[in-house]
Design a protein around this ligand. Structure first.
Ligand code: HEM
Length: 174
């Protein structure tokens, strides 16, 4: 009995539990207080990242209602997609504030409505997202709805979609 008690007393004190957060570090990303956007890893900004050459002349910009119309179309496309049960899951946990801004800039740049594109290239933006062709089609459908709501002429809609279509090579990964 005495030996057992002595043995117990000689046990080293239990180690305090490891604080794994401290051990590995916890990445705490905070939204920019001004823009409301989450930070992203550094990359080189270039209009070439937009993935398509812009239209020339002002006809397409006018057909889309200028920057105001383009902004509504970009925002609406994102909002419809976030609420679309076919693809909503892909948008969860991504920064929709940033996506609305960069999608607007991309559309505005391609439509030659007076913007530069400051976002990442299409391959980098959609890496590891597992987008399938059917997801791409769902997003295009939402964009079509947004363009229709803004009364963009059908021919202009199709000219724009033809610019975006080749991007599926970089966006669709499975
Ligand atoms: C031609 C088709 C598409 C275009 C033009 C496009 C355009 C863009 C742009 C401009 C960005 C932002 C890049 C940046 O943050 O620097 C982006 C990011 C994103 N896209 Fe797309 N996209 C397309 C297809 C899709 C599809 C089909 C999905 C899913 C169904 C999708 C989901 C997303 C998501 C979730 C992000 C946020 C990525 C992040 O926060 O890191 N995109 N896309």
């Amino acid at each position: 009995m005495f030996l057992l008690a002595a043995a117990l007393l000689m046990q080293p004190a239990a180690e305090p539990p490891t604080d794994w957060d401290k051990e590995f570090g916890v990445e705490e990303k905070v939204r920019d207080p001004v823009t409301g956007e989450m930070p992203v890893d550094p990359y080189v900004q270039s209009n070439a990242n937009a993935g398509a050459a812009p239209f020339s002349g002002g006809a397409m910009a006018t057909a889309f209602g200028g920057q105001e119309g383009i902004r509504r179309i970009a925002n609406r496309t994102v909002e419809l997609s976030e609420a679309d049960p076919r693809i909503a899951e892909i948008f969860k946990a991504h920064d929709m504030v940033r996506l609305k801004r960069t999608l607007f800039e991309q559309f505005c740049y391609i439509l030659n409505a007076g913007c530069d594109y400051s976002g990442r290239d299409m391959a980098t933006s959609h890496k590891d997202m597992g987008v399938r062709m059917r997801d791409m089609n769902a997003l295009v459908e939402n964009l079509q709805t947004a363009m229709r709501e803004e009364n963009v002429a059908f021919a202009a809609q199709n000219r724009f979609l033809a610019k975006l279509a080749p991007m599926s090579r970089d966006v669709v990964t499975r």
